[in-house]
Design a protein around this ligand. Structure first.
Ligand code: NAD
Ligand code: DAU
Length: 377
């Protein structure tokens, strides 16, 4: 495959995927298609924006005609689809935007790709539609104690390594969908459409479901960058409920590496779960982030623990996510490259060293930046 569209490439994960592909595959043409919503930021890609194999196109994934024309003009043979509304709290306030972008937008891409690829003599040969989804579609896992052991406990239930777990179940590729938030309901719906296009028309699709990502360039409405920025400014840290919810964290570059592996070597029509067997209670991750920021800023360790402020819980807050990624590890040989302690240190360092990136977003300056960049193209 040579001509690849990556949707949502100006966002958090998308920018890491674009960077990896542009640097690793100089022979490919990489087209970053992004509407540049509040979450899209071309400053995430400054280091590769002038590479000859990279092109940015400002487009809404819901614009069927524009995308169909792009497919034809650029002779697209691969699509890696990340564009989405991605924040659960926003979906609780405004579910319509999530249905429009995540469901209708995905359907629009699928239909345009179908019509274009079916018009070619080789049809679907050598083509690929890769849809990036989330573990949240599976719902929430219980915090259960096998054999009366208090969690967290170590388990070998699903991997060769011992790891901490807060329950005995995991999300498997076969786990029944059971989304709870408008965000996860919209992602679940889009996953079903992708699979339906394979089952009905024979489109070569792949779906992956990944756990929580952390790392550089994440929009500071999400837990880790929001809290790093608040600690820096000594602002309160709003912990939802009791802070006992469990999330399974993966370094974003490892997600991008998994996407590369699966795009090239994954089996058509398959689903792969992506995760690092790395479960954390929110409150424990928050204390780790506080201690890391304090250490790097030369503040006495724990000086900012008093910023922790327990607030009203998120509506429908899922208790626990835990991904079993054994299939991906066994079949395609992928594994996370970073231990969490290393990853969180790198992440905190990055946000503290890139204050301008953060301040531009929090001051609204980034919108002017990307408008000026786009005007020059
Ligand atoms: P993000 O919010 O940081 O970025 C989303 C990007 O999509 C932005 O650049 C935005 O401008 C673009 N976009 C939004 N609506 C668009 C539209 N209508 N047309 C074109 N572009 C549009 O999101 P993220 O955290 O990088 O997540 C990327 C994908 O990965 C999403 O599909 C999300 O569901 C999935 N995912 C995220 C995580 C996570 O922890 N962040 C985990 C698993 C899966
Ligand atoms: O699991 C994958 C999902 O991870 C992705 O599909 C989503 O796009 C991504 O946003 C993320 O969803 P979460 O809701 O888990 O991430 P968030 O950073 O919003 O919250 C992480 C946990 O921290 C969650 O239990 C809610 C809690 N939280 C979050 C914020 C923003 C707080 O306690 N306080 C906060 O201010």
């Amino acid at each position: 495959m040579r001509n690849i569209v990556i949707t949502g490439g100006a966002g958090f994960i998308g920018s890491h995927v674009v960077r990896l592909f542009v640097n690793k595959y100089p022979e490919y043409k990489i087209i970053n298609l992004d509407k540049l919503t509040y979450a899209g930021n071309l400053a995430n890609l400054k280091d590769i924006e002038n590479k000859p194999n990279y092109k940015f196109v400002k487009m809404d994934i819901c614009d069927f005609d524009a995308f169909f024309k792009l497919m034809q003009d650029e002779q697209i043979d691969g699509i890696i689809h990340l564009a989405a509304e991605s924040h659960v709290d926003r979906s609780i306030k405004d579910p319509f935007t999530f249905a429009r972008t995540n469901v209708m937008g995905t359907l629009s891409l699928l239909q345009a790709a179908k019509l274009y690829w079916e018009s070619l003599p080789e049809k679907y040969e050598g083509k690929r539609f890769y849809h990036i989804s989330t573990d949240e579609v599976y719902g929430a896992l219980e915090m259960t104690n096998p054999e009366g052991i208090e969690p967290p406990f170590t388990t070998t239930a699903s991997s060769s390594e011992h790891h901490l777990a807060y329950g005995k179940d995991f999300f498997y590729e076969t786990t029944k969908y059971n989304p709870h938030s408008p965000y996860s309901a919209s992602k679940a719906s889009s996953d079903h459409f992708v699979r339906a296009f394979h089952d009905t028309y024979g489109m070569p699709t792949i779906v992956t479901n990944c756990s929580n990502n952390y790392g550089p360039y994440q929009f500071p409405e999400k837990l880790i960058p929001l809290f790093i920025n608040n600690i820096r400014h000594r602002k309160p840290l709003p912990v939802y409920g009791k802070g006992e919810n469990v999330r399974d964290w993966l370094y974003v570059v490892d997600h991008a590496r998994a996407i590369d592996t699966i795009f090239h070597n994954g089996k058509i029509a398959e689903t792969y779960n992506i995760g690092g067997f790395n479960e954390w209670k929110n409150i424990d991750i928050i204390k780790t982030v506080i201690n890391t920021v304090d250490r790097l800023l030369g503040r006495p360790e724990g000086a900012d623990l008093d910023l922790i402020t327990y607030v009203t819980d998120r509506l429908g807050h899922d208790a626990r996510y835990a991904i079993d990624s054994t299939k991906l590890q066994r079949e395609l040989g992928w594994e996370p490259s970073l231990q969490f302690e290393e990853g969180i240190m790198e992440t905190v360092k990055w946000y503290l060293e890139n204050e301008v990136w953060m301040d531009n977003i929090t001051s609204g300056e980034y919108e002017k930046y990307y408008e000026s960049i786009y005007a020059n193209r």
